[in-house]
Design a protein around this ligand. Structure first.
Ligand code: IMP
Ligand code: MG
Length: 177
């Protein structure tokens, strides 16, 4: 049976909470939101909309990153391009991803950005899976902690399907086609 984990309106209030937390921590510096494609898309768009309520200096960039095959992390994180140091200079970079599972993706991206000269890097995820981390790192901003199940919707996919759902659900047996 399909199990909805977060309805559309629940997702909206989680995102609003994250925007408030980011705004509360913001300094005079420009914030560069760096979305990890493709899963970040609806989340990053809604996060930007929520952040527009605050008087912030904001820029948005993307990195294409992948590591998943089906429902499991391959353990190998591929970062398809890099971000010029000039875009990050003077900014508080906030890496935005849909979910923190093993943590390998965020850890690799943060390490990569530091090597490329980023001064201040933070991380923001909509969701984090309980007890699945394989790295010594915590996201700076986390919307909610969920049980260790494979979920889809709101940008999260199963073999490129279900990203379009406006809510988040646990992937059911009947969805694995
Ligand atoms: P990590 O590197 O294991 O932390 O996984 C992060 C990435 O794996 C996320 O950006 C997602 O793209 C993907 N991922 C992890 N768990 C799920 C899930 O339950 N559903 C869909 N994608 C997931
Ligand atoms: Mg992803």
């Amino acid at each position: 049976m399909t199990q909805t984990l977060y309805t559309e309106s629940e997702v909206k209030s989680v995102v609003a909470g994250l925007a408030a937390a980011i705004a509360a921590d913001s300094s005079e510096r420009k914030i560069l939101l760096l979305g990890l494609l493709k899963g970040c898309q609806p989340f990053l768009a809604d996060l930007c909309r929520e952040l527009s309520r605050y008087q912030l200096s904001l820029a948005v960039e993307y990195l294409q990153v992948s590591s998943y095959v089906g429902t499991a992390s391959s353990g190998q994180v591929k970062i398809s391009q890099t971000l010029p140091e000039s875009l990050m200079r003077g900014c508080d970079v906030i890496v935005v991803d849909d979910i923190f599972d093993t943590g390998l993706t965020l850890k690799s991206v943060v390490t990569h950005l530091r090597e490329k000269g980023a001064e201040r890097v933070k991380t923001c995820v909509l969701l984090r899976k309980e007890g699945s981390s394989r790295v010594v790192m915590e996201p700076d901003y986390c919307g909610a902690v969920i049980p260790d199940a494979f979920i889809v919707g709101y940008g999260l996919d199963y073999n490129e399907q279900y990203r379009e759902l406006p809510y988040i659900k646990v992937l059911g047996e009947e969805d694995r086609k």
